[in-house]
Design a protein around this ligand. Structure first.
Ligand code: NAD
Ligand code: TDX
Length: 350
């Protein structure tokens, strides 16, 4: 039996990971360590209640004493580190929490592993979940490989870059066994509606403006969330220790193209008026330091570990729109007063 300490498991990707793995791995234990910030929704994990191999611990990963207690109580073999402040726009308006959670939080976890795994690293692993944003922006051509130089643009991506450096330094200096994945933009069920795709789906359904930053020509490489989760699991099980794997979906699209496809799907799935929905598109002030283009070269994980995405952008986006239409209660639960304050703060002045 392996005990996995999964940080940030009540957020978007972490919850999809646990919903996939807890039922599939009944002989293993999964401890979800989450501070339950605005981005978390325990309703995302309802299906796991009563599973004998799952528990939630409400803990801040930057709280060294609390993390220490968790290691004593659960004696984890593997840390899967998702917990982070994850929204670029929030990092621009308030970078402090990003440094605290993403940098200090990663440091606290690495130190806990070093202390509690001292003596033998046999069967132990720190898996760090990171992003392609650490590589900065591409021009019109080229792709990020595992060897691309780090060049982060936003407080968010700089904090993730710092955390990646800490993980590799703990590997080199203290021989801590680690693996790292840098993934492109995820989308799918359970994503907090501050991110492009769920924000646009819900605004379109409610007839609200669809705020496109700048000219909408920035390109992102979209990957369905369960394809990312399967990639992480594949790397944990079969990847080489001390290695980094880039994960991406070969789905490069301009933001306006993504919004157009969402509009078409919402019209088709709700019977809404296509032209009226198109009229909701609104070009607003650009994001400062907005990276132009991301594209992932995922050939290493495809070649070495045989991972390939199962969803195309068409199948994944249709499922995602359907999920948001069917899950009113989940949407209502996350769109609290704090959510409305964020929408006013970020979009009010644009
Ligand atoms: P999210 O914002 O949806 O969820 C983050 C989770 O972490 C939440 O449950 C939150 O409560 C928890 N958390 C925040 N601060 C914490 C703290 N101090 N202690 C404990 N828990 C804390 O994020 P996400 O989109 O699921 O991203 C998960 C990870 O994947 C992040 O590390 C992110 O950088 C990385 N990533 C995300 C994407 C993407 O497109 N969303 C792509 C590549 C990599
Ligand atoms: O209202 C919006 N209008 C808009 O045009 C929002 C919220 C976004 N955008 C643009 C900005 C980006 O070019 O859409 C693109 C996607 O934006 P986000 O959903 O905020 O994602 P991004 O900034 O690309 O970062 C995401 O992918 C990498 C995640 O939030 C990160 O956690 C992950 O590391």
């Amino acid at each position: 039996m392996t005990t996995y300490l999964v940080t940030g498991g009540a957020g978007f990707i972490g919850a999809n990971f646990l919903n996939l793995l807890v039922p599939r791995q009944p002989g293993d234990r999964f401890i979800n360590v989450d501070k339950l910030t605005y981005a978390a929704n325990p309703a995302s994990l309802e299906g796991l209640e009563g599973s004998g191999n799952y528990a939630l611990e409400r803990v801040d990963v930057a709280d060294a004493a609390a993390v220490d207690r968790l290691f004593e109580e659960h004696a984890p073999d593997c840390v899967v580190h998702f917990a982070a402040e994850s929204h670029v726009d929030r990092s621009i308006l308030g970078p402090g929490e990003f440094v605290r959670t993403n940098v200090e939080g990663t440091f606290v976890l690495l130190e806990a592993c070093r202390k509690h795994w001292a003596g033998s690293y046999d069967g132990k692993l720190f898996h760090h979940v990171s992003t392609d944003e650490v590589y900065g922006s591409l021009g019109a051509t080229g792709m990020f490989t595992e060897d691309t130089r780090y060049d982060p643009s936003s407080p968010y991506s700089a904090s993730k870059a710092a955390s990646d450096h800490l993980v590799r330094a703990w590997g080199r200096t203290y021989k801590l066994p680690f693996k790292l994945t840098n993934c492109s933009n995820n989308y799918g069920p359970l994503q907090f509606p501050e991110k492009l795709i769920p924000l646009m789906i819900l605004n379109a359904v409610e007839g609200k403006p669809l705020p496109i930053y700048g000219k909408g020509e920035n390109v992102r490489d979209w990957l369905y969330v369960t394809d990312h989760c399967e990639a992480i699991w594949r790397v944990i099980q079969s990847g080489a220790t001390g290695e980094t794997y880039n994960v991406g979906g070969h789905n490069e699209l301009m933001n306006v193209e993504v919004v157009d496809r969402i509009i078409e799907l919402v019209a088709a799935q709700t019977g809404g008026d296509l032209e009226a929905l198109r009229g909701l598109k609104t070009y607003v002030t650009d994001r400062p330091g907005h990276d132009l283009r991301y594209a992932i070269d995922a050939s290493k994980i495809e070649r070495d570990l045989g991972w390939t995405p199962q969803e195309t952008f068409e199948t994944g986006l249709a499922k995602t729109v359907a999920w948001y239409l069917e899950n009113d209660a989940w949407v209502d639960a996350v769109r609290s007063g704090a959510y409305r304050e964020w929408i006013d703060q970020n979009y009010g002045a644009r």
